[in-house]
Design a protein around this ligand. Structure first.
Ligand code: GAL
Length: 369
């Protein structure tokens, strides 16, 4: 599953391969980590859910391959997926602690609830790297995308799509992510920075566990209140929810869909962009995120502090800890115009994956072949 990663994102993301690039000073949060591990390490990887396809399709396989590469096939990855249950994730984390893995990479279902598990791991001498979502508690580092930027890109795209109509009077509905996911808050803040003053946000929802069916039900409610023909656009925080929003609009009998945003560049989302049902998605390079996470975790547990610091040059604050070393990977908007230069060029999908029978005509129309 090794694929070429050549994306049109800004250069800072590339700072991650700077082994020995001259950053001085030891990491501030190395206490508790065992500094002298060799390649025979076990890395615990905890991912939050399966409803969104990215985790099993990209994050896990890229992470695993990178650990194998960096440890010359001597390292192991213990993987667990919490299927959107915070209590299941706490059990999985406990299991990893009991199994005495060397380092844990955690993408929290519930960032706050995860704090206790992080504390337990730390007490057991196991460093924890927060992955994608900023878990509370004494984590050693954080790797994620620039989540405010995700929201800004979504908000800006929606305003652009509304064009001349965006004079503040256009009514939109906001479908935000899960309230237990701190990223959702950042997506929302980024989006609001672009939307405020330019549109009227008539209804806004937070969506339990990012569930598409919740988004669909909330959208049906919004349509009931506002009327299907009075919604100029929908901010949907990810592709799964964009699917639910579109279903609700179609079920209400709307034929001409308004611009709807998304995130994650899921295959179904990309196909809806091809047909024009969905306006945009946000393309995030999961390989970049997953491989950097593997590098950070190994640098931490193998005591390569200079390299760790070079990988985590940003600083973020969680509600419980300040100045956490972090790496924030940039993102780009995905629209009809750049499907080929993003998801196809990077090997996420073949054109044949996207342009199946039902999409053949739309693909041909836009010259995707
Ligand atoms: C967010 C993540 C997104 C997406 C979402 C669930 O935390 O950043 O990429 O996976 O969860 O759909």
């Amino acid at each position: 599953m090794r694929r070429r990663i050549a994306i049109s994102v800004a250069a800072p993301a590339m700072s991650l391969v700077l082994a020995g690039c001259g950053v001085l000073g030891a990491s501030e949060s190395g206490d508790g980590a065992s500094p002298t591990k060799g390649n025979d390490v076990t890395v615990g990887l905890l991912l939050p859910e399966t409803a969104n396809t990215r985790y099993e399709q990209f994050d896990y396989p890229y992470f695993k391959a990178k650990v194998a590469e960096l440890t010359r096939d001597q390292g192991h990855v213990k993987y667990a997926n919490a299927e959107a249950s915070a209590s299941k994730q706490a059990d999985q984390m406990q299991q990893m602690i009991d199994d005495q893995v060397d380092v844990i990479v955690l993408d929290a279902v519930d960032a706050k609830a995860a704090g206790e598990s992080v504390r337990k791991a730390k007490d057991a001498g196991i460093p924890v790297i927060a992955y994608d979502r900023l878990a509370e508690g004494p984590i050693d580092g954080y790797i994620s995308f620039d989540n405010e930027l995700v929201g800004e890109v979504q908000g800006r795209s929606l305003v652009e799509a509304l064009g001349d109509n965006a004079g503040g009077s256009d009514t939109i509905v906001m479908m935000n992510g899960s309230p237990t996911d701190p990223n959702a808050k950042q997506f929302k803040a980024g989006a609001l920075a672009e939307l405020n003053g330019k549109v009227t946000i008539a209804e806004s929802y937070d969506t339990k566990d990012w569930k598409p069916e919740e988004a669909e039900a909330n959208m049906a409610e919004a349509i009931g209140k506002l009327g299907k023909d009075n919604i100029a656009g929908v901010y949907a925080a990810n592709d799964g929810m964009a699917g639910g929003v579109i279903k609700a609009l179609e079920d209400a009998g709307l034929e001409d869909l308004p611009p709807i945003t998304g995130q994650d560049a899921e295959l179904a989302g990309v196909q809806r962009i091809v047909t024009g049902d969905q306006y945009m998605s946000v393309y995030k390079s999961y390989p970049l995120e997953a491989e950097s996470a593997a590098e950070m975790a190994l640098a931490r547990v193998q005591g390569r502090d200079i390299q760790f610091d070079a990988l985590a040059r940003d600083k973020v604050d969680s509600p419980t800890h300040k100045g956490i070393p972090a790496q924030l990977v940039p993102v780009v908007a995905l629209t009809r115009d750049n499907i080929e230069s993003t998801v196809v060029a990077d090997g996420f999908f073949e054109i044949s994956d996207i342009c199946t029978a039902a999409y053949e005509a739309a693909c041909a129309e836009m010259g995707l072949k």
